[in-house]
Design a protein around this ligand. Structure first.
Ligand code: ZN
Length: 161
């Protein structure tokens, strides 16, 4: 079966940056399961997987625009530490769900100096060119329920939410 919209796809993958460092990998874990064509994966990866089938191996280089977006300086802001009421220890690398007019957004604390906290709303992989090695493990039809939920359910039929 070929990978096309609304098929459930199972892949093993390794993701590297330009320097060849491994950023993420399914090695040692279960393969990644996703539904093709509904935004489960970054657009660039869905595009290269379209039409592939079980057993195929793919090497793909994906530009930031087709991955996690270009790095946007406007998403960096500095806020007083007093805005983090209720957080015991405000530390670099902490992530928060922020609510803004553009919707919910994950922000990361990138610097703390005196009482000024720098937060960055860019995805950690914004501006990064991604190099994927992908092996297609399996392709199957999605169930009606999976399509309604927009995600894959386990082979035991249980929900994984
Ligand atoms: Zn579900």
């Amino acid at each position: 079966m070929n990978i096309e919209k609304e098929k459930v796809v199972s892949i093993n993958y390794t993701l590297r940056n330009d320097e060849g460092e491994i950023l993420d990998s399914s090695e040692g874990r279960e393969p990644l399961l996703y539904i093709q064509g509904i935004g489960n994966l970054i657009p660039g990866l869905e595009a290269v997987l379209e039409g592939k089938t079980t057993g195929d191996t793919i090497k793909a280089t994906i530009a930031p625009a087709d991955a996690y977006g270009e790095f946007n300086k406007a998403l960096i802001s500095q806020v007083p530490r007093s805005q983090f009421q209720g957080v015991d220890n405000v530390e670099v690398d902490m992530q928060f769900q922020a609510h803004s007019e553009q919707g919910d957004q994950v922000v990361t604390i990138t610097n703390i100096e005196n009482d000024i906290v720098t937060v960055d709303g860019n995805h950690p992989l914004a501006g990064v060119t991604l190099h994927f090695d992908v092996n297609v493990v399996a392709v199957r039809e999605a169930t009606k329920e999976e399509l309604e939920h927009g995600h894959v359910h386990g082979s035991d039929g249980h929900h994984h939410h």
